[in-house]
Each structure stands twice: as C-alpha cells, then as structure tokens.
Design a protein around this ligand. Structure first.
Ligand code: FES
Ligand code: FE2
Length: 402
C-alpha cells in the first residue's frame, strides 16, 4: 500500500452512535416513595370537577395511584383507596349511602374520611369499628374543582387561593373545566413534565402556533416577540414583548408556579389585564397527563379553541395532524417520556432550563427534610397574586404590570 491514497472521510452523527437513552428521574417520577413523587405530594392537586362526584363510585387516577371518588348523601366528596380494608375487593362496586360508601362484599360502610361506620356481619355491627380505617385522602372543593392532598398528614398545607378567581367582576362567572384543552376529557399520553415545561417555551408559540400550522390564534400573537425570563418567588415567568401594528406595546406575561400550576393569559388576547384562568398540569401517572382549568369569563361566553386549517383538533384526519400539528403532536411526539440525553438545549430554552433547575431544587429540599416553595400552613400566605396577563398600552404604562 502506498502512502498517497486520499483518506476516506468517516461519516459522523449517525443514529448508530446514539448512546443509551437516559431520562432524568427527578423531572418525571410521580409515584409515592420516589423523591419527586414525594415533592409533588406536598401540594394540593385538582383531579376532577365537582359534578364528577356523585352517588356512583368513580375510578380516578392521580399521581399514579388508583382511587375511588364519590359523594355521600350529605353532599361530602370522598376519595378512598379502592381496595376495601376488610378483604380487598374494590369499592368501585360499592354503594353510596347517606353517610358514606358501603362495600359490596360484606357490607362494611366507610365515611368520606375512611372511618368504619358499620360491619353488618359482626356482632352489634362491629364492636371495635374504630380499629379499621379505609385508606383515604382529604379533598377540598374550590370553584367547582375537586382537589386532594396526598402527602404526609403532618405536612398538609393551607389550601392556596388565587386572586383572579376569588375577585370576579359583576357579570362574570367562574367555571371549572376538566376537559384537558379540547381533548374531551381524555388524558394526554405522555409524561406531565414535558407538557408543563412547554409553558416556559414562548418561542414555540411563534413557530408552531403562528407559522408552521398557520396562525392558530390572533394577529397580535403573530410576530416573534422579545423574550426574557425571570424567577418569581415560587416559579418562573416569561415576558413576551411586541410592538403592534398600531404602535401600541403588547407586554405578555406567562408564569409557572411550583410544582404544576400554569398561568397563561388567553392567546386570543380577548382581555387586557391579568390572566383570566389558572390551570394545573396533573400527572395522572408517569405516562398520562391531564390539564385542569378554572377560568373566569363573561357569563355564558364560550371558550375559544385553536383552529387547525379551520377545523377543531379532534376533527382532523391523520394526514391533517401531520400537516397542522399543535401542542399535542409536539409534546406526545417527544415520546411517552422524553429522552433527556438526546436533547440539545439552546439559548431559547433558557426558561425550560430555569424551571428544571428550580424544580430539581424543590425535589432536593423535600429529600433533605425541608419544605418546598409555596407551602405554608398560614391561610393568608397561601393567597396567590397572579402576574401573568396580556397588558396592552404605552410601553411605560404596561411594562411593570406583570
Ligand atoms: S371485602 Fe369489603 S366488606 Fe369484605
Ligand atoms: Fe403551545
């Protein structure tokens, strides 16, 4: 062989060279006993609307746990472990009564906090009923949404309230929506975190929603904004600033609050001012997610939906989903759980990076025995003032509003 041959250039970057797929467990775990599952369990989570609780037991799944929701004859909502504490059949087949739920198998009756009220096969209906407690979780109803706290009882925080939901103008109503943004109640089949961190990714709005699939919102949202991100006391917010065609300044603020609250003003820019809804990205399980929203609106106004070539999302054919993708396609397209080792985060992902950093630090806080941010037993401190919104006007007048 002579030494004069031209060396063959070796291809690089082929998929053959991909390393093993690695997932950041701190971002995606939801189960009891995992570090992140324990952090999530220090907060109240919405999981149903009030009308979901009635005298027919309903199977629900929250943070990877299967549970039974019901409402007793006195109007109290109850959330219990499905396996009866007697011999384990499911309370899904139970009967709801005035005082609680009665198991179909041997008739033990439990109240909404799991206390055993009756054991009909035992002498005197059970002489030591107080020894048996059906595992349960506390619930709280707020503006038509049902929340639960699934963490250690001694750490149960005050229930957080939101100014924009508690101070509604005359002629407006507050509505709880468990519809998961147009999916007609079905869960989104992917991990919750990739859905949630999208809220700190304002650049995708310009590409995915205002160009790639046509402009799905309104003209005010069409131009690429100046973006900046900022830590708040309990989360991260992004500023998206634009000068509109008529010369007015459009200051849009979006925020996420630890662990899973998302506050996004209407992308249809119907209202000038603070956001008119609060939403929660609920981890149903590691690979199922559902967004619950409490919104305010002029009484009777219908909720606007993004359109895809003039159609609603659930009217699209498979080929149209490819041609006009939206958040569902982009986020479920990342996989049931996204693969963090195959990402290349860039400067425009700074909001995602900031949120991940803050989130991981809260997982560590709980693992170290500290309280995560926003958790308080003081009801006054649990009141949240919303900064997110659409603020339009003279630059100097609106820039400090969010
Ligand atoms: S298994 Fe429920 S009462 Fe026996
Ligand atoms: Fe989006």
């Amino acid at each position: 062989m002579s030494g004069t041959e031209t060396p063959v250039e070796i291809d690089t970057g082929t998929a053959y060279e991909l390393g093993p797929a690695e997932i950041d467990a701190d971002l995606i775990e939801v189960e009891r006993g995992t570090p992140t599952g324990e952090m999530l369990r220090r907060y109240w989570h919405p999981f149903a609307v009030s009308t979901d609780a009635d005298d027919t037991p309903r199977a629900v799944r929250v943070l990877g746990e299967d549970l039974i929701l019901f409402r007793d004859g006195r109007g109290r909502a109850g959330l219990v472990h499905p396996r009866c504490c007697h011999r384990g059949t499911t309370l899904y087949y139970g009967k709801v009564e005035g005082e609680g739920i009665r198991c179909c198998y041997h008739g033990w009756l439990f109240d909404t906090e799991g206390r055993t009220l009756d054991m009909p096969c035992e002498p005197e209906g059970g002489r030591r009923k107080e020894r048996y407690r059906q595992p349960w979780y506390p619930v709280q109803e707020y503006h038509g949404m049902i929340f639960t706290y699934m963490g250690p009882p001694r750490d149960r925080p005050a229930f957080p309230r939101y100014d924009v939901l508690d101070n509604v103008p005359d002629g407006w109503e507050v509505v709880a929506d468990g519809n998961n943004i147009g999916l007609e109640g079905d869960p989104t089949p992917c991990n919750w975190f990739q859905t949630h961190e999208n809220v700190m990714d304002p650049f995708h709005v310009f590409v995915l929603h205002a160009g790639f699939s046509g402009n799905q919102f309104v003209a005010e949202m069409a131009d690429i904004p100046d973006v900046s991100w900022h830590y708040t006391g309990q989360g991260v917010k992004s500023h998206q600033d634009r000068v509109l065609d008529d010369g007015r300044f459009f200051h849009r603020v979006t925020e996420v609050v630890i662990p899973n609250v998302r506050i996004v003003a209407s992308p249809f820019v119907e209202f000038d001012g603070p956001a008119t809804s609060i939403a929660w990205t609920l981890p149903i399980s590691r690979t199922e997610t559902k967004i619950f929203t409490i919104l305010t609106r002029p009484i009777g106004q219908t909720r606007r939906r993004a359109l895809y070539d003039g159609k609603r999302w659930n009217e699209l054919t498979e080929a149209e989903h490819q041609r006009y993708p939206g958040d569902y396609e982009a986020q479920v397209g990342q996989g049931a759980v996204t693969v963090h080792s195959e990402e290349n985060l860039a400067g425009s992902d700074k909001g995602v990076t900031m949120f991940r950093h803050l989130f991981r630090s809260q997982v560590k806080a709980v693992a170290d025995g500290r309280s995560p941010v926003g958790v308080t037993t003081d009801a006054e401190q649990a009141r949240f003032e919303v900064r997110a919104g659409n603020y339009i006007g003279r630059r100097d007048d609106v820039i400090d509003l969010g």
